[in-house]
Design a protein around this ligand. Structure first.
Ligand code: SF4
Length: 291
């Protein structure tokens, strides 16, 4: 029996950074005894969130801040999650004299900064992404006149005027192949659209790695939160290639019968899955095979 890990898997740069921020906040002497909140789910993984709660962090919902149902008091601390938040939430937190630690991933911040800069230079923004996703809601809240599109079809039908200048921005996790198609359409039809390619590589390399690995193994386990969209994407890619693909949150969900007759076992993990869970799973598999 051989366990093979995907070439790229697990925590991405932004998630590691956000978790590190949390522990650094705890270590600072001036924060001792203060109430520390994390805005929304820091990362989409129950295990990580529960562990942080045990350390004393409390989760605060964006919605509660916006509707003033929160319990925030002057001097409390709020850590902003990896995928950021809206301008309005930042403003409310500042008005309430909350100490903000911003764990927004640098890739998200770069898109936000580009948006502000391009609008200042007179560009209108075309944005491709899921408008219900917190990252997108957060980024576009910093702009004025933004059209949001889900996919190429929506862009094809968009009203793009020849006498205006536009800048195309995207959600960090947009599929690179989709972006290439959008780029090619816009370049062939419009000379007045500037394209800013800031798709984050972390998701792409994980998807490519699972695509390769799933062809080569008898069974593939995707480890991650069931509400994590990047984990679900890894599962879908692998499942379309290898029928014996299973999505598990932790070692307790593993079933012995999955491994009957298997020699090569592949593993990948979503960008918010801690290494600790992957190791527990590998140990459980070794236990099943008695090696
Ligand atoms: Fe940042 Fe990319 Fe990770 Fe999102 S997936 S937190 S953009 S590194």
């Amino acid at each position: 029996m051989e366990i093979i890990r995907a070439k790229h898997m697990g925590f991405c740069f932004g998630v590691s950074g956000a978790i590190e921020t949390c522990y650094n906040v705890l270590k600072e002497p001036e924060n001792l005894g203060k109430k520390i909140y994390i805005l929304g789910m820091l990362v989409h993984n129950e295990f990580v969130v529960r562990k942080l709660e045990k350390e004393g962090f409390e989760t605060i919902e964006e919605e509660d801040i916006l509707t003033q149902k929160d319990k925030l008091k002057s001097g409390d601390i709020v850590i902003i999650r990896a995928h950021g938040t809206s301008k309005k939430v930042y403003n409310i937190l500042r008005e309430k004299n909350i100490k903000i630690y911003d764990a927004t991933c640098i890739f998200v911040t770069q898109i936000r900064k580009t948006l502000i800069k391009m609008e200042d230079e007179g560009y209108e923004i075309l944005f491709v992404g899921d408008k219900e996703h917190p990252e997108v809601k957060g980024i576009i809240s910093f702009g004025k006149n933004i059209q949001v599109f889900k996919n190429l079809e929506e862009i094809v039908n968009a009203e793009i005027k020849r006498d205006k200048k536009y800048c195309l921005l995207t959600q960090t996790t947009l599929n690179k192949k989709i972006l290439e198609k959008i780029k090619s359409f816009l370049e062939n039809h419009y000379s007045n659209v500037k394209i800013s390619d800031k798709v984050c590589g972390a998701t792409q390399v994980r998807q490519q790695a699972v695509e390769e690995l799933s062809k080569d193994v008898d069974i593939l386990l995707v480890v991650g939160g069931k509400n994590s969209s990047n984990t679900k994407k890894l599962y879908d890619i692998s499942k379309s290639i290898n029928e014996s693909t299973y999505l598990v949150q932790d070692e307790n969900e593993i079933k012995k019968e999955w491994f009957r007759g298997c020699e090569k076992i592949g593993i990948t993990a979503g960008a918010s899955t801690p290494e600790e869970i992957v190791i527990n799973i590998e140990n459980k598999i070794r236990g099943i095979f008695n090696v």
